[in-house]
Write a new protein. Structure first.
Length: 144
């Protein structure tokens, strides 16, 4: 149901994790995700811990799904000295080409416990249907 658009993004993500660099608007970091089918719904879950819902942007243009998010550093007051900073900050983005078999007009999005979950229904035209064979002539009639 999904097509990866850039085979080198995973390598970029690993390099960013190892080098400790943050994503920027011109070169965002990749966010980890899972994708699976659950009945007649395709589910995509993105890990975005510590990101507020106001900082998440979801867009679909034709069959291209784009999810962008930004995690800013926690507000620091005077007298605070950072001892350790391992949590990635900056801009995160993921673009996914969705198959024509998905109904992009009815995407539902939920955000809970740092996980953004998108539910995309399978389009009616993509669901399996029975084909009846009619009469003695052997003509096929497609229902659906």
């Amino acid at each position: 149901m999904l097509m990866r658009t850039d085979p080198f993004r995973e390598m970029d993500r690993i390099v960013q994790q190892l080098s400790g660099t943050s994503g920027t608007w011109s070169k965002p970091s990749v966010m980890p995700m899972d994708a699976y089918r659950q009945g007649d719904v395709y589910v995509i879950a993105f890990d975005l811990p510590g990101v507020s819902t106001e900082a998440i942007d979801i867009d679909v243009e034709r069959n291209m799904l784009t999810v962008k998010a930004e995690r800013r550093p926690a507000g620091k007051s005077d007298g605070v000295q950072m001892e350790l900073s391992e949590r990635p900050l900056g801009v995160f983005s993921r673009q996914i080409m969705l198959a024509d078999t998905l109904d992009t007009e009815h995407i539902e999005a939920d955000y809970d416990a740092g996980v953004l979950t998108l539910r995309i229904p399978i389009a009616e035209r993509a669901k399996s249907r029975k084909i009846a064979i009619g009469g003695e002539s052997g003509r096929k009639q497609i229902s659906g």
